[in-house]
Design a protein around this ligand. Sequence first.
Ligand SMILES: Nc1ncnc2c1ncn2[C@@H]1O[C@H](COP(=O)(O)OP(=O)(O)OP(=O)(O)O)[C@@H](O)[C@H]1O
Ligand SMILES: [Mg+2]
Length: 462
Amino acid sequence: MNHAANGSGIALLDLKGVKKTFRTPDRKERTVLEGVDFRLAEGEIVALLGKSGSGKSTLLRIMAGLIPANGGQVLYRGQPMIGPARGISMVFQSFALFPWLTVQENVELGLEALGVHRDEREDRAKEAIELIGLDGFEGAYPKELSGGMRQRVGFARALVMRPDVMLLDEPFSALDVLTSETLRADLLELWDERRIPTKGILLVSHNIEEAVSMADRILVFSSDPGRVRAEIPVGLPRPRDPESAAFRQIVDEVYGLMTASVRAGAAAAEPMTIGYRIPDAQPGKIASLLETVAEPPFNGRADLPALAEATELPDDSLFHLFEALRALGFARLAAGDIFLTPSGHAFVEAENDQRKQIFAEHLLRSIPLAAHIRRVLDERRGHRAPEDRFLQELQDYLTDDEAERVLEVVISWGRYAELFDYDYNAGMLMLPEDEDDDEEDGEDTPRSAESPRREDVSPPAE
Ligand SMILES: Nc1ncnc2c1ncn2[C@@H]1O[C@H](COP(=O)(O)OP(=O)(O)OP(=O)(O)O)[C@@H](O)[C@H]1O
Ligand SMILES: [Mg+2]
């Protein structure tokens, strides 16, 4: 049970309209967070789910007072945040322990910085070590511990501060499934039995089940810029049974919202221009996901959580794949389900060569950047173009990193579809070498730089 009714307790953290910009190396300004409204009330665990790079860690660092916001308001217990807040402890994904210090010494470190007297340091560290189940390992060095034990040291380091608020930044994601489950259960037991003085916990996660098993409320974070997009209350008593119908229903709901936010983002912020942020999804993975959805038990329509389980893919790579299928017109998403379109079915049933052809048609029709590259290559003398030419165009829409990523993905799709080829060493895009075979009977000489302008490779009709 949560300590207080959802969100009705005293506000521990209160953020209004928080904004954060970073300056990129080429001195451009990049807005990572904008308009973030958030409240952590006394007595609650809140989970924050969002895509990689959406600014979750940045937000946590702002809440801990480690970095300032550029706009908006950050209050901790009603007071503006100025510098690192005493009552707030963080636990990170990487354990960041000092290898030359023992467990006991690693745990005492934060107290030392506060000037706590040696005897008290020792006692408090022992207490924290015992709480988190590390007793007997006080004298061990990090390298002698398993990943799970190391992260327990990470928690002990936070707990020794007797934190009022704990900010957990994906603390379980580097651990294997069983280890993370045990550690989660132990932490929840400390919380639910009030054996720790902590009044509120914010957990960043990219695992929907983890969020549903721990949190009183789940917030879905959007990207570019990051902000809280949706909220789902989880009114179930803990410990929660992940197999129960009520649990599954909330998992479904979160999936539905996350895919909805992917679609809303794609539709609103990213019309289909050449600047469309092609999702990170390799053609091989796209093909195997289509196959999985087509085959039993799904037979063309799959419940998203069930599909996540069947594919064993992390949620964020799965969302990229969904978005790729949707953008290419191979699948549609509705009400927490994904179902194949007729072309999605046709793709699955086709042989390899035909699959490439179907993929090529969809790529040219649906992804303006792919059609644009193909058109440029068709029209250019020699049918070659340096990648920088396209990167520069993309940089009008996207940050430099994102432009590179998008170009890399479209190249991998274009190569699979045999629409164009790429020379890594020269950084050149070109038409595939053997394309003449298909069109000019039997002539199999590789295209020379002097080959004539071609009119015969216009995109397939819609
Ligand atoms: N100090 C910094 N200077 C410039 N850019 C930064 C800085 N810190 C973060 N960023 C950028 O801000 C964006 C958000 O980063 P952040 O680490 O907060 O995301 P995240 O949601 O925690 O991602 P992940 O799920 O991968 O941990 C990224 O594009 C990152 O490159
Ligand atoms: Mg992060």
